[in-house]
Design a protein around this ligand. Structure first.
Ligand SMILES: [Zn+2]
Ligand SMILES: [Zn+2]
Ligand SMILES: [Zn+2]
Length: 329
């Protein structure tokens, strides 16, 4: 029987539709393009990109030349620009905020690899530290309220470059979805005097049916009210509000967890397109005892259709318990 399930944080309802029981293989779609010609993200092509903002490279190598491991550059086609002041204006009751911010690309390896899952965990730890360093950088800019880190892997997930990369879009506004999570988790905290993510992780680890991976400091779950088949959330076990407060030593473990679950996703679903995005407390929010950073991973197995777009309610044909069982290493 299908179930209506409510996400405890934002109150969003989803339908877990078991009658529609598709086999995972049936909803997998292939997305790889094999073009290698003149990839500007490959080592040696630095002059094809904008000048680097940050690079993991030996001191003996020069900026914007070869020898790097991870490279952060401004997006050539930015959605926002870094010049100007944040100004609010508008007409009547309609408000407008100028698109001041930053749009950056994190090029995650020098060789032409496409999936982060295939990079060594020690290298991915450096990638995660680069994410952290960019959050710390944007925190110094009072015009910017939020930095959203996200990855598009595969054309179906919106990737226009296949070389392994993520992006950060820093904006003067906290994006709506994070706003909803902040509001929902604040209400939960008011009622229960604890963080809903801490409560949820504790409950999930107790039950275990939706746990994909658990280590000393992190867990990956298929959330109870998964919107999409094989949706996963990577959550720190201890209460952590800001991603950039993560301890330097923890990145090795975090990288191991992330590459493990992305590798399982590729193995179980034949290397599907996916997105992931990092939800963390707004840059200048200070202490947020109700909010807890997490990384949401969405395989792009089916297109959203009219009902999802029109109603904002998702129909998920794969129960998260089944997804977790398949994904578990
Ligand atoms: Zn490349
Ligand atoms: Zn928490
Ligand atoms: Zn979230």
């Amino acid at each position: 029987m299908s179930q209506f399930r409510q996400d405890p944080i934002v109150g969003r309802w989803v339908i877990v539709a078991t009658e529609r029981a598709a086999k995972p293989q049936e909803i997998v779609q292939q997305t790889r393009r094999e073009s290698l010609q003149a990839c500007p993200f490959c080592e040696g092509q630095e002059e094809e990109t904008t000048a680097e903002l940050l690079a993991v490279r030996p001191a003996s190598t020069a900026a914007d030349g070869p020898g790097w491991q991870v490279r952060v550059i401004p997006n050539k086609y930015p959605a926002v620009t870094s010049d100007g002041e944040t100004a609010r204006c508008g007409w009547g009751f309609q408000r407008e905020v100028q698109g001041v911010g930053a749009h950056e690309v994190i090029v995650e390896c020098p060789q032409h690899e496409t999936n982060l899952a295939r990079l060594p965990a020690a290298h991915v730890a450096d990638v995660l530290r680069a994410y952290r360093d960019r959050f710390k950088h944007h925190k110094r800019d009072q015009r910017i309220a939020y930095a959203l880190l996200f990855k598009n892997y595969g054309a179906l997930a919106g990737a226009s470059m296949e070389h392994c990369h993520s992006q950060i879009l820093a904006t003067p506004i906290v994006p709506e979805l994070i706003g909803e999570e902040l509001a929902g988790s604040w209400e939960f905290h008011q009622r229960n005097n604890r963080c809903v993510y801490c409560a949820l992780v504790e409950e999930e680890l107790d039950g275990g049916a939706r746990v994909v991976v658990q280590t000393a400091n992190y867990a990956v779950l298929c959330p109870f009210a998964s919107r999409f088949p094989f949706e996963m959330w990577l959550v720190p076990l201890r209460h952590q509000e800001h991603f950039d407060d993560e301890r330097d030593d923890d990145f090795a473990e975090l990288a191991e967890v992330l590459t493990t679950v992305l590798g399982r996703l590729a193995a179980v679903l034949n290397d599907p397109a996916y997105n992931f995005y990092l939800h963390t407390s707004p840059l200048h929010a200070g202490a947020t005892p109700h909010y807890h950073w997490h990384l949401e991973i969405f395989p792009r197995l089916a297109q959203l259709a009219g009902f999802e777009h029109g109603g904002g309610m998702f129909i998920n044909p794969i129960p998260p318990e089944d997804a977790a069982a398949l994904l578990r290493p």
